[in-house]
Design a protein around this ligand. Structure first.
Ligand code: GDP
Length: 195
């Protein structure tokens, strides 16, 4: 999709705040700092797009971005902060569980993992949880430019094994500075969103 227009339409913590337009939705999940805003910026051809803070202690909301009046990108706040309280963790868990399990318009989830590291416990838990709920999931391993090409296969197999992926679960390598993987990610999004 050639994207010119993207607008943050809603920051929501509860279902009554979700947009009612009915466009298909693609959610983005991942550890904070994994490269989520960099990936979305590449997808929508922007240097930087309005991001509400993903800093610990700040309000954690689901952010709905209207993409060309055709779909929503839903930015799910990053998991894996060491510092958040148990209560905050639970509130976050509730909010995303409600969204991911109850949202009819949700067509797919892009889970970002850092290509340089083994998946974290949070990554594994998230992937397994998405699989349990049968949510179509694309795993995107970010920052591939930091890894020599000769090791890409190894990265993919480590990630697949670590997350417990099956051979038919899709995984793509991505690099924001090189825009590597952009078209393949868009293909997946359009297939999920529009069939
Ligand atoms: P977010 O917290 O998940 O939204 O992560 P950001 O998109 O803000 O990225 C976190 C840091 O990783 C920033 O310093 C980015 O410049 C860097 N980064 C993100 N994606 C890539 C990538 O594909 N390659 C490289 N080399 N750095 C990246």
């Amino acid at each position: 999709m050639e994207v010119n227009n993207v607008e943050l339409v809603m920051s929501a913590v509860a279902p009554e705040q979700y947009p009612t337009t009915g466009y298909p939705e693609i959610a983005f999940v991942g550890r904070s700092n994994v490269g989520k805003s960099s990936l979305t910026n590449v997808l929508i051809n922007r240097r930087s797009y309005a991001r509400t803070s993903s800093q610990p202690g700040k309000t954690q909301t689901l952010n709905f971005y209207n993409v060309e009046d055709q779909l929503y990108f839903v930015d799910v706040p990053g998991y894996g902060y060491a510092k958040v309280s148990q209560a905050e963790r639970e509130r976050w868990g509730q909010m995303i569980e409600t969204y991911l399990t109850q949202r009819e318009q949700l067509r797919g989830v892009i889970q970002l993992v850092d290509a340089r590291h083994e998946p974290t416990k949070d990554d594994i838990q998230m992937f397994q949880w998405l699989a349990y709920y049968d949510l179509p999931t694309l795993v995107v391993a970010t920052k591939a430019d930091k890894i020599p090409r000769s090791k890409w296969n190894k990265v993919e197999s480590t990630m697949r094994k670590g997350l417990g992926m099956t051979p038919d679960n899709p995984l793509l390598l991505f690099s924001a500075p090189q825009k590597m993987g952009k078209d393949a990610i868009w293909d997946w999004i359009e297939t999920q969103a529009f069939g």
